[in-house]
Design a protein around this ligand. Structure first.
Ligand code: BGC
Length: 253
């Protein structure tokens, strides 16, 4: 195991995925392993799955973790799509105790954004870059001249006429749950992007996570002026970004 190799784990509401990452190149050094997120997704149950994933990699070194919540100093401050028992819990403590490894943690969308800015389409992009991850929820990562503004929650804004937050209306889960066609969902997602465009004025919007792989199915419904592109790293972004983040934290001491 080399110092520049870090196990990246992307904790999601439906799956927990991990791979060893070369943080210099962003390459995955093995096939990603995916385990189902336990239901209910309590800290104790998730810690067991996390530890199982670490064991499956036969890993004892540093682990970087993307987690689907507002994360400040390792503590979860929200739990939109996971057990509410997470709120106030120290994710670093819960996972590092279970896995027996040092763990660093950040928001999952921020992790995906970090990877895409470093190794993908965001590389060298100045100005305001907004990445939206389309999965069980809608995650967001915002960058100003390449610098992350952590813990933005643009999946939780309200769209005109809607009684629930945007992710309940325009996430990939909403598409599946309501059995929407790509056109119906694409129009909803477009409404969402137009609202973000009007309020944030980004220079570039990148899409990541589940539905971004099907960009060809909904691209024609996107009508805003800001360029919108599917991220290059697709599903591996969260895993890679989590590993890069952990390495950077370690370096800072
Ligand atoms: C959470 C975010 C997370 C996103 C994607 C949202 O429901 O509030 O923190 O980044 O889902 O997992």
């Amino acid at each position: 195991m080399q110092e520049r190799h870090v196990l990246g784990i992307d904790v999601g509401a439906s799956g927990i995925k991990g791979a060893v990452v070369d943080i210099e190149t962003g390459e995955l050094l093995n096939e990603r392993i995916r385990l189902e997120t336990p239901e209910p997704s309590t800290p104790e149950a998730m810690a067991e799955t996390f530890a199982e994933l670490v064991r499956a990699h036969n890993w004892r070194g540093l682990v970087g973790c993307g987690f689907p919540a507002i994360v400040k100093k390792g503590v979860a401050h929200s739990a939109a799509n996971i057990s509410k028992e997470w709120i106030g819990r120290n994710i670093i403590e819960v996972f590092s105790l279970a896995a027996g490894c040092p763990v660093e943690v950040l928001n999952d969308a921020d992790a995906a954004g970090l990877a895409e800015m470093r190794f993908g389409l965001g590389k060298g992009q100045d100005g305001l870059v907004l990445m939206i991850t389309i999965g069980s929820g809608l995650g967001s990562a915002l960058f100003i001249d390449g610098q992350l503004v952590p813990n933005t929650e643009f999946g939780h804004i309200y769209l005109e006429g809607q009684k629930a937050v945007a992710e309940a209306y325009a996430s990939n889960n909403a598409r599946k749950r309501e059995n929407l066609s790509w056109e119906e969902w694409g129009q909803r997602f477009n409404e969402y992007l137009l609202h973000l465009e009007r309020t944030l004025n980004p220079d570039l919007i990148l899409l990541s996570g589940g539905a971004s792989k099907r960009f060809d199915r909904f691209e024609s419904f996107i009508t805003g002026e800001t360029p919108v592109k599917p991220a290059r790293l697709l599903n591996a972004a969260g895993t890679i970004g989590a590993a890069v983040y952990a390495y950077q934290r370690l370096r800072k001491g």
